[in-house]
Design a protein around this ligand. Sequence first.
Ligand SMILES: Nc1ncnc2c1ncn2[C@@H]1O[C@H](COP(=O)(O)OP(=O)(O)OP(=O)(O)O)[C@@H](O)[C@H]1O
Length: 273
Amino acid sequence: MIRLDDIAIRRGGVDLMTGVSFTMQPGSVYAVIGPNGAGKTSLLRAIFGDLPLSAGAITVGRDRLTAAGGRRFREPRRWRDRFAYMPQDTHLDVALTVLEVVVLGRLGRLGLHVDDATLALATERLREAGILHLADRYISTLSGGQRQMALFAQVLMREPTAMLLDEPVSALDLRHQIHLLDLVRRETRKRNLTTAVVLHDLNLACQFADRIVVLRPGGLSAFGPPQEVMTAELIAETYRARVEILRDSCGRPVIQPLGEMGEAVSGAEGREP
Ligand SMILES: Nc1ncnc2c1ncn2[C@@H]1O[C@H](COP(=O)(O)OP(=O)(O)OP(=O)(O)O)[C@@H](O)[C@H]1O
């Protein structure tokens, strides 16, 4: 379980978000959505212990990360070991093959020796991700989407208790988006992981997430199951976009864009995407 209590994050001397509280349970997928610059990446990095809190606390199990510094400065490794964090920017300009990059998911446990069992596991992870055929290619020669799949295989290799995935499908075509998010959901259920995934596609968020975390500039605008959270009013308020909410055959919301609305009204003034 990951619990956020009244957290605040500052960036560049400005309060990016304040008063954010919610709890993420194991076995569930949480989609983090919100407009450009709302703070989705910052929120994930704060949970990972990579950005300091300016107020509040994050609790994972018996560990607690506080605004005062707490865990972040004393034992960053121990705090982070439980997470598999996949950053938004997956550009890698290194002379490593795909298989080697996936093996690096075990770096903390390996020393410098890679045994056969680790290679077999990495191969299995590549197969699950559907990119075993790329194993011997240099990672720098892959397409953006292929690189995302390889880095997701590395995430699986870490055997985390929580996954923090920042726009993991941004470079993937439709089939691979479905493949990766389906894998995310299956692994989350099977291994009882707590998973937060930043998505821009609201329909994918509704389809794959158990709960949606909606950020707006300044803080949390809604939190809950897609069926409850996704209203035309909330989307208008959060994105300044007009939409119609349809339902698929399972009753999940389907967001149909209708058009833009007027100028920004919230704390987004002056903040560029
Ligand atoms: N190093 C930094 N110094 C100052 N401000 C920053 C820094 N990095 C990001 N910001 C600002 O913090 C705000 C939130 O950025 P963040 O990347 O968390 O948003 P996001 O919701 O993930 O955006 P996007 O959807 O565009 O990826 C933005 O206004 C951004 O300009």
